[in-house]
Ligand binder design. Structure first.
Ligand SMILES: C[S@@+](CC[C@H](N)C(=O)[O-])C[C@H]1O[C@@H](n2cnc3c(N)ncnc32)[C@H](O)[C@@H]1O
Length: 258
C-alpha cells in the first residue's frame, strides 16, 4: 500500500536543533524536517537560499513547492524576500493532500521569523489561497501526481521536499520528474535534500544536470538545473553510471500495477 490514510492524522510534535518545531508523521514514519539541522534552517539552507542566489535575477518567480506540509519552504521564501529582495514578486504553487494539516497551520507554533506572515498563514489555512500585490500562493489540494501536470505556468524554482524516496517513492520516480521537467523554464533551479543516486538518475534521465550544494552548517544537498552552474561542484552522471552499472532511477511501475 502506497499511502495509509488511516494514519494520516497521527502526528507528533518535535523540537528541532534551531529551536523551530516540526511534526513526525506516523503514516510516513518520518519527520517533516531534519531535527538535527532544524526546520527553519533546513528550509533556508537547502531550498530558499540556493534557489535565490543561484537563479539569474528576475522581477518575479513562479515556484513549485512540493509538498506544502507545514509550509516552511513557502514561508521561509517570504521571510527571505522581505529581508533581501523586497520588490520581488512570487507566485507559488504547492500540492498537498493532507487537508487537516493545512487547516491546522493557523495554530502551529512557528518561529518568530514568521511573525509578520501571520495574515498569510491565516488565509492559507482558511482558503488554501493568498494574494496581495506581490505574492500569490495556491495550495493545490489533492495528489501531487495529478495536480502537477495540470499546472500551466512555467516554473522557475522547484523545492523538491517530499518525504524520502524510501517512504514516499511516487514523488521521486523518473515519470514524476518527467512531469516536473515538462512545466519548467530553461533556467529552472530544482533544490532537494536527497543525494541518493536513484534521485539523481531520475533527474538526469529527464535532462537535468546534477550539482552538489554545501549550505552553511548543513549537510550536502542536490541542485538540479538544465544548464551547468559555474562555482558549484558538478556530478558527472555518465561516470557515476559507468562506476555503478546497477544504479537505476525509481519508476512508477516498481510501485503500482498498470
Ligand atoms: C516532508 S513533508 C513537506 C514539508 C514541507 N515542505 C514543509 O516545509 O513543511 C511532505 C508532505 O507531502 C505530503 N504528501 C505526500 N505524498 C503526497 C502526494 N502524493 N500528494 C500531495 N501531498 C503529498 C504529506 O502530506 C506531507 O505534508
Amino acid at each position: 500500500m502506497l499511502y495509509n490514510e488511516s494514519l494520516r492524522q497521527k502526528k507528533e510534535l518535535l523540537l528541532t536543533k534551531d529551536g523551530s518545531w516540526t511534526l513526525y508523521s506516523k503514516e510516513f514514519e518520518q519527520a517533516y524536517h531534519s531535527t538535527k539541522e532544524g526546520a527553519l534552517r533546513e528550509s533556508l539552507q537547502k531550498h530558499v537560499i540556493p534557489a535565490f542566489t543561484l537563479h539569474p535575477s528576475q522581477e518575479s518567480y513562479t515556484i513549485l513547492d512540493i509538498c506544502f506540509g507545514l509550509g516552511y519552504n513557502t514561508l521561509a521564501t517570504f521571510y527571505y524576500l522581505q529581508t533581501y529582495l523586497p520588490q520581488t514578486k512570487v507566485h507559488i504553487f504547492s500540492p498537498e493532500f493532507d487537508y487537516q494539516l493545512i487547516k491546522s497551520i493557523a495554530t502551529f507554533d512557528y518561529p518568530k521569523e514568521f511573525d509578520t506572515l501571520e495574515p498569510i498563514i491565516r488565509s492559507l489555512s482558511q482558503n488554501l489561497y493568498y494574494k496581495d500585490e506581490r505574492y500569490t500562493i495556491e495550495i493545490l489540494y489533492g495528489d501531487a501526481r495529478q495536480s502537477i501536470p495540470k499546472i500551466t505556468q512555467k516554473i522557475d524554482i522547484v523545492y523538491q521536499d517530499a518525504f524520502s524516496p524510501k517512504q514516499n517513492p511516487m514523488l521521486w520516480t523518473r515519470e514524476y520528474f518527467r512531469d516536473i521537467r515538462t512545466i519548467c523554464n530553461d533556467e529552472v533551479i530544482l533544490t532537494t535534500y536527497s543525494i541518493a543516486i536513484a534521485t539523481r538518475m531520475g533527474l538526469y534521465e529527464n535532462g537535468f544536470l546534477i550539482h552538489i550544494y554545501e549550505g552553511e552548517d548543513a549537510r550536502h544537498s542536490t541542485i538540479a538545473t538544465l544548464e551547468r552552474i559555474e562555482g558549484l561542484k558538478y556530478v558527472d552522471m555518465e561516470l557515476k553510471k559507468s562506476r555503478n552499472p546497477e544504479a537505476k532511477s525509481l519508476s512508477d511501475s516498481d510501485f503500482i500495477d498498470f
